[in-house]
Ligand binder design. Structure first.
Ligand code: HEC
Length: 134
């Protein structure tokens, strides 16, 4: 009886975990290495910091939703919905799912710059975010 209960519990936990977890196929360090390689130069944290906090012709900067520094919970600039901290040292889930990272880079860069971010811009933003520590 006990083993059956343990089994059921284990199955339930697996179910719960798979429905909430991400693919976890990358890390913030790997993302920085990837975009630096694509850019042909290492990401620059100082440039990333300026890029993140600056508006690029539109209504929003990255910081409008993610905050500056993006080490605490952000708030969506139009819906007011909470956004988990973007800096990986403050959010273990940030930059762990390639599909999610690509999707939000595409969407958010379009919202802020009316185009996709370049590899250089992504490498700079990642260098900035990865350098933020508690
Ligand atoms: C209008 C609001 C808004 C703006 C502006 C915005 N973001 Fe986001 N961003 C979000 C939301 C919402 C998410 C999804 C959060 C979640 O589900 O965890 C997100 C997620 C992300 C992610 C995925 C992080 C992860 O969990 O792996 C990245 C990368 C990102 N944003 C980068 C940027 C960059 C770079 C800019 C500026 C060019 C920017 N964002 C501007 C709202 C915004």
């Amino acid at each position: 009886m006990k083993s059956l209960r343990t089994l059921t519990l284990a199955a339930l936990c697996t179910l719960a975990a798979s429905s909430i977890s991400h693919a976890a196929d990358t890390t913030a360090a790997q993302q920085l290495a990837h975009w630096s390689a694509q850019a042909g130069s290492p990401g620059n944290a100082d440039k990333g910091k300026v890029f993140f906090a600056t508006r690029h012709g539109g209504e929003w900067s990255c910081a409008s939703c993610h905050g500056t520094p993006p080490t605490a919970q952000g708030k969506h600039a139009s819906t007011g919905k909470p956004i988990a901290p973007l800096a990986p040292a403050f959010n273990p889930k940030a930059f762990t799912d390639t599909a999610k990272v690509d999707k939000w880079f595409r969407r958010n860069c379009n919202d802020v710059l009316s185009r996709e971010c370049t590899a250089v811009e992504k490498a700079d933003v990642l260098a900035y975010l990865n350098a933020l520590k508690p």
